[in-house]
Design a protein around this ligand. Structure first.
Ligand SMILES: C[S@@+](CC[C@H](N)C(=O)[O-])C[C@H]1O[C@@H](n2cnc3c(N)ncnc32)[C@H](O)[C@@H]1O
Length: 207
């Protein structure tokens, strides 16, 4: 559903870039510079996946490369998850907090890179999610190392979605080599709320 400068999808209120609150943040100088300047569609692929594979209630969820954070906000609303969003770009965090307020949830935001998420820091989380975060060649290795640390830390599952850019495909193939059947790749096509397609990598780290 679309009303003036905002839409509703998967039960979430999502503001458009010309919404007055978004324009207010831009005027205040919060300008994202690593593609976190808008909400990206791969989050919808994971939301759709989670409708069929719901999370247990009250899990501690980490959204990496959160941008506007709608995926984490979805987990907080639907599954009462305790959500932390991290992003290398601190300028995206006010947009995440704005959307959290608009959707009636509290989530924590931190400026942090994938590389800074040490095994000790990852011990605080049950599940890691991320959408549209594997778009440069070097990100494939960074995220693979993050998944390895997550396993050591006791994280049970990592879910990452992408419209199949080559660094993501590389990451998915490397995960399948290392984790075998514990790493599943699922293709997804959505017609609603937008036309979107891509793949979801789900790595089960419990074994
Ligand atoms: C294409 S945007 C996707 C944002 C959000 N996940 C979404 O789906 O709307 C990629 C995000 O990853 C963040 N990012 C890029 N490199 C990162 C890194 N090394 N560590 C943490 N975040 C990073 C960017 O700042 C940006 O917010």
């Amino acid at each position: 559903m679309t009303i003036r400068n905002q839409r509703t999808a998967f039960g979430l209120k999502i503001l458009n870039s010309n919404h007055k609150e978004i324009r207010r943040l831009k005027r205040a100088g919060y300008i994202a510079d690593i593609h976190g300047n808008k909400f990206w569609n791969s989050s919808f692929l994971i939301m759709d996946y989670l409708k069929k594979h719901p999370l247990k209630k009250n899990l501690k969820v980490l959204e990496i490369g959160c941008g506007w954070g709608l995926l984490g906000i979805y987990c907080a609303r639907q599954f009462d998850a305790q959500v932390t969003g991290i992003d290398a770009d601190e300028n995206v965090l006010p947009y995440m907090q704005l959307h959290a307020e608009q959707n009636g949830v509290c989530i924590e935001g931190k400026k942090m890179t994938f590389q800074q998420l040490t095994t000790a820091k990852l011990q605080d989380f049950d599940i890691i999610v991320g959408a549209d975060i594997c778009f440069w060649e070097e990100m494939s290795g960074m995220l693979l190392n993050l998944i390895k640390r997550a396993k050591k830390a006791g994280v049970s599952q990592v879910i990452i979605a992408d419209p199949c850019r080559s660094p993501f495909t590389d990451l998915a193939q490397r995960c399948q080599k290392i984790y075998g059947e514990q790493a599943q790749i699922e293709g997804k096509w959505l017609k609603r709320p937008v036309n979107a397609s891509g793949e979801i990598l789900v790595v089960d780290l419990t074994e």
